[in-house]
Design a protein around this ligand. Structure first.
Ligand code: AMP
Ligand code: MG
Length: 401
């Protein structure tokens, strides 16, 4: 028997960050930036108008009122995209559109709403301070400034920011390609009829979705029967395209535990009993350099094992800190018991009231009982040395994605 921490340490010691890749911006969505993105020029790159209106010398209209508007001749039209070579001087104005470069000599923009909208001569009925409705060069981002830090997962706003500083490509850690495959003669595809003794296969769907939630690309494979030759054949087929492989089932002590049977022979994938509940039987190792996680078949065991062992590894492959799921301290709403010597992960419902968390353990905690897992939003992690805790105790709670 080994502890959860020992098993995780071995796993994290064996996986490495994927090599960085130069990707087109939209291909990089959801990946983790491997370089800082910096601005080569200030943003905005030039002083420009924040409104549709008139560029003026503010002093010229200092006395403007509704009753006595100031009339100025309009010497030109400046639209967004103009190269910015225009100029005015005192006593003149130019019509200007939002985003158009401020003409030399102007120090304020008067919105069209404060004028009669004249094309040859405009009457301005309100004064404005210097700087009015001008967006200054660099007021958003300075030249040389880092706008997205390395290690950031790229979402819509970061992708927009990268484009805004002129980047068409970014260097990122690609999403790990993770192949997920279930084993078991009893498993039937969802959407088909069950024969006696069969159940619908759920783990590969759940784990593929969990891979995606952890930032990877999940590739679900068809279920493999409990035949050693088929399991080996599947693994060999998948190794060429996978950054990691997850199997479910076939790793405990039964007579049809083929994953264990087949992979024990490789010498590099090893099987352990880990001091945890659920999820005691675990296997991990490298197959031709590719990490292989062999998770137990009971659905809740498979899921908890994923969150405890696979998710941190997938984070490491993305160049992220291999942290556990975000954990909060919560007050137990009910008494709990826990097996001595095992880290116990209990499904529960976490709720918060003004920053104070309470967690209620689910009534059913069997490792086959997916029903209570699907209703849970958290896993309560009870340490190995805990055997019982009364309601009101503080516990660590991992929030499920
Ligand atoms: P095993 O680890 O293969 O001995 O399976 C343990 C239990 O989990 C058995 O009750 C299996 O029927 C069930 N099980 C295994 N794999 C799956 C799966 N992919 N989907 C749903 N249940 C499974
Ligand atoms: Mg099985």
């Amino acid at each position: 028997m080994r502890t959860v921490d020992e098993h995780l340490t071995e796993i994290l010691g064996s996986v490495a960050a994927l090599p960085p890749l130069d990707l087109a911006l939209l291909e990089a969505q959801g990946t983790v930036l491997a370089e800082p993105v910096t601005a080569p020029v200030p943003l905005p790159p030039f002083d420009n108008s924040a409104m549709d209106g008139y560029a003026v010398v503010a002093a010229d209209i200092a006395g403007a009122t509704e009753a006595e508007p100031v009339a100025l001749p309009v010497v030109g039209d400046i639209v967004a995209g103009d190269p910015g070579v225009s100029a005015i001087r005192t006593g003149l104005t130019a019509r200007i559109m939002t985003g158009a470069p401020l003409p030399a000599g102007a120090d304020a923009v008067i919105p069209v709403e404060w004028t009669d909208g004249g094309a040859a001569t405009v009457r301005i009925s309100r004064p404005a301070p210097a700087g009015n409705y001008i967006r200054r060069s660099g007021e958003d981002v300075l030249a040389g400034q880092t706008v997205v830090e390395a290690g950031t997962r790229l979402g819509a706003t970061q992708i927009g920011m990268a484009a805004a500083v002129g980047r068409s490509h970014v260097v990122v850690r690609p999403k790990p390609r993770v192949v997920v495959v279930s084993t078991g003669d009893e498993l039937q595809e969802p959407g088909t009829q069950l024969a006696p003794g069969q159940i619908w296969e759920s783990n590969s769907y759940m784990l593929t979705a969990a891979v995606v939630e952890a930032g990877g690309m999940g590739f679900r494979q068809a279920t493999v029967h409990d035949e050693p030759a088929k399991v080996m054949e599947m693994l060999e087929d998948q190794l060429v395209r996978a950054d990691a492989i997850i199997t479910s089932g076939g790793v405990s002590m039964g007579t049809r535990d083929v994953v264990k049977e087949v992979l024990s022979g490789t010498g590099t994938v090893r099987f352990h009993k880990v001091r945890m509940r659920p999820g005691k039987p675990q296997g991990f190792g490298l197959l031709e350099g590719t990490p292989v996680f062999t998770l137990p078949g009971n659905p809740v065991s498979a899921y908890v094992s994923f969150q405890v062992f696979v998710r941190p590894a997938l984070r490491a492959m993305q160049g992220l800190p291999p942290e556990p799921m975000p954990t909060v301290s919560a007050v137990l709403a009910e008494d709990v018991r826990s097996p001595a010597g095992l880290r116990h992960f209990l499904r529960g419902r976490l709720s918060s009231n003004r920053g104070h968390y309470t967690v209620t353990p689910a009534e059913t905690q069997g490792s086959h009982q997916l029903g209570s897992l699907a209703m849970a939003n958290a896993l309560i992690a009870l340490p190995e040395d805990t055997e019982a805790l009364p309601a009101g105790s503080h516990v660590d709670v991992m929030r499920l994605p």
